[in-house]
Write a protein that binds this ligand. Structure first.
Ligand SMILES: [Zn+2]
Length: 329
């Protein structure tokens, strides 16, 4: 969640439990007849728990002041995750033709069957631990998630009340994002580690949702030129989040990151030209070109002014300019 090496970061890369996925319809061969809008998934209703490990810690009071209604905060974050990662927009809303640069590849149809992970409970644990936060599955059952928040960090953000909501949103994405298809050789449908994406993509998706939720912290900075980008597309956190935002808002269309998340469940991640990718690669299979090419296009877009980036975000039904948010404090 940070650009500076010294800043603490939410660090979760959750194992991803999942039931056997439904048949894959996430590919470029899907015909127009299959582009009907998918019904929105129901909002999950996991059991929510709060565990405070140190009532005397000053971070406990800070938490109560910053997040007075934790149920509402979690439900709002969950609703945002479902809207951004598990909602297929109607075809007429998918393409932003006015903003799209000329592209040699055909438009990508956004189609998938929204399938959130079967997360059954989320426990928020406040304890005095280094760093910011992390998320894990419980030892016995990976469908039960634990988000640990650092009391010291909470206390340090007392003057920035949106920060903890942003961190919680980031961590909750880890409870509800896909990383790999379930492995047939492990118990309880645990994800196939051989098909997991780079950690930077997982963290980038979490921060992409945070960005779209209108919860980008003040120190994030969207690059305005190619030279301001991170060195690599999978640098993670805000760096990958802004790249994904360009992919969704400019290059491909609304729902692109949701489709990407869905492909992690159906197919898993494989490097271009790598073993088992069938020569297509994860990104080519989704968007017609490889990720390095997309990264170059992103840089070209930034150098061209980048004024079409549609990062208007906010609460549901409320859209604000992202640049206002990132410069707000
Ligand atoms: Zn994370």
């Amino acid at each position: 969640m940070s650009t500076t090496p010294d800043a603490p970061r939410p660090s979760a890369v959750p194992p991803n439990p999942s039931a056997e996925p439904p048949p894959n319809n996430n590919n470029l061969n899907t015909g127009p007849q299959d582009r009907r809008p998918q019904p929105d998934p129901l909002l999950p209703t996991p059991k929510l728990r709060l565990q405070i490990n140190d009532l005397r810690h000053p971070g406990t009071l800070s938490f109560q002041a910053q997040v007075p209604d934790i149920v509402s905060t979690l439900e709002t974050a969950l609703s945002t995750i479902i809207r951004i990662l598990y909602t297929v927009p109607p075809p007429q809303q998918q393409q932003l033709q006015d903003n799209k640069p000329p592209s040699p590849s055909p438009p990508t149809p956004i189609t998938f069957t929204p399938t959130p992970p079967p997360t059954r409970s989320v426990t928020l644990i406040l304890r005095d631990t280094p760093g910011v936060a992390y998320t894990t599955g419980t030892e016995l059952d990976d469908a039960h998630k634990e988000i640990t928040l650092s009391l010291s960090y909470i206390h340090s953000t007392a003057s920035r009340p949106a920060e903890i909501t942003g961190v919680i949103t980031h961590e909750l994405v880890h409870c509800y994002q896909h990383t790999a298809p379930p492995s047939p050789s492990t118990e309880q449908g645990k994800p196939n580690d051989a098909l997991r994406p780079p950690t930077g993509l997982i963290e980038g998706i979490a921060d992409f949702v945070r960005l779209k939720a209108g919860l980008a912290p003040p120190h994030w900075k969207r690059p305005t030129a190619a030279r301001e980008r991170a060195e690599k597309w999978d640098q993670g956190y805000q760096h990958t989040a802004y790249f994904l935002a360009w992919l969704e808002d400019v290059r491909v269309g609304k729902g692109a990151v949701g489709m990407l998340n869905d492909r992690l469940l159906r197919v898993g991640y494989c490097e271009e030209g790598g073993k088992g990718d069938g020569g297509g690669g994860f990104w080519k299979g989704l968007f017609g070109v490889g990720v390095e090419r997309l990264w170059v296009e992103y840089g070209e877009y930034l150098d061209g002014g980048g004024c079409g980036l549609d990062l208007r975000v906010g609460k549901e039904g409320e859209r604000e300019l992202e640049k206002v948010i990132v410069s707000s404090g």
